[in-house]
Structures are given as structure tokens and as C-alpha cells.
Design a protein around this ligand. Structure first.
Ligand code: ZN
Length: 188
């Protein structure tokens, strides 16, 4: 296992549209494992290959395994459950994920991003979806998700298309966050 460096704004690689994986070989499986390790190490719940400057349609997530997908748990309640170890780990690795259906209802959640650490904003997105992907055993999986997992899947697939969560908020808010974040990171 090894850790990747997570790139931050304004790295232009974050705007790149990632390419589909054609051959699911050991290299891809190693990247996925190291992505999960990198995500856990950074206390994230999702990571896209774009964020480690790899131009492939790969995402990893762990929104936990619990009843939270059924009920609409807020981010704070989720964090509380994680702290109290009430949520079991549930690592998910997706190769070439594709949203095949988006629910009509919207939900608003506070989102953050390992590529814009320290800055959060509320984002409105569909509250449920169906995603199709290939897993690490080369099986095609169709998964229905709602709540936090649905938000996370949309956020990570956005990364593969060069889109950040701040692209979903107002131009004014986006520019404030970007300006502050870029100034802060340039000092590091
Ligand atoms: Zn992100």
C-alpha cells in the first residue's frame, strides 16, 4: 500500500475529463487499493482518480454500512455515528461508473472536498440515483443509492468530468472560496 498526493485547486488537472478504463489489470486494482488508503488517510469519504492526477475513470468511497441510507441522516449526525463507531466500514471501488438514472427529488447537503480542504458549501443534488459500474472482480454492478451515498457518488463522478462541488454553487460563493483556498494553499 502506498499513499498518493491529493492535488488541490487551482491544479488544472482537476478540470480534465478522465478516460474510461479498458483493461482491468493488476495496475488498476493496485491504484484502487492505494486510492482507498489515501482517502482513509485524509479522513475523506470519497476520492476520484482525477484527484491524484490519474486520468482514469476510477472512484472509491466509504459512506459506511448502516441504516443511514434509509433515513436521511445529516452530515453532523453521520460524523457523530462514525465517532461512536456505529457505522461499519463499507469500501466501494468503482471502475467506469455511470449514472443511469437520477431521482426527481432534490436534497441539500454540506459538501467538502479533499481537493479544496477546509472549505464547505451546501449543494443541492438529486437525492437518489442508479449507478452502473464495474467492480474489482470485473463484474458489472447496478447500485441504487440515496442519501449521503447518492451525494457522494455524484460528487465523485463529477470529478471524472472535471467538475467540482463549487461548480454547483453561485458564482459569487465559488469565487470567494477559490480565492481564499488558493491563497491559503499557496502558503503551504
Ligand atoms: Zn471532491
Amino acid at each position: 500500500m502506498s499513499l498518493y498526493e491529493i492535488i488541490k485547486v487551482p491544479n488544472p488537472f482537476l478540470k480534465i475529463k478522465a478516460k474510461p478504463v479498458i483493461d482491468i489489470n493488476n495496475n488498476i486494482l493496485t491504484i484502487l487499493n492505494d486510492m482507498l488508503e489515501t482517502m482513509y488517510n485524509a479522513n475523506g469519504i470519497g476520492l476520484a482518480a482525477t484527484q491524484i492526477a490519474i486520468d482514469k475513470r476510477l472512484i472509491v468511497m466509504d459512506c459506511g454500512k448502516s441504516d443511514f441510507e434509509e433515513s436521511d441522516v445529516t452530515e453532523e449526525e453521520y460524523d457523530e455515528k462514525v465517532r461512536n463507531n456505529k457505522i461499519e466500514p463499507n469500501p466501494i471501488k468503482m471502475i467506469n461508473p455511470e449514472i443511469i438514472n437520477l431521482g426527481k427529488d432534490l436534497q441539500e447537503r454540506e459538501e467538502g472536498c479533499l481537493s479544496i480542504p477546509g472549505y464547505n458549501a451546501n449543494v443541492k443534488r438529486p437525492s437518489s440515483l442508479t449507478v452502473k459500474y464495474i467492480n474489482e472482480n470485473k463484474k458489472v454492478i447496478t447500485l441504487e443509492a440515496k442519501g449521503l451515498l447518492a451525494t457522494c457518488i455524484q460528487h465523485e463522478i463529477d470529478h471524472l468530468n472535471g467538475i467540482l462541488f463549487i461548480d454547483h454553487i453561485s458564482k459569487l460563493k465559488r469565487e470567494i472560496i477559490l480565492k481564499k483556498a488558493i491563497k491559503e494553499y499557496s502558503k503551504q
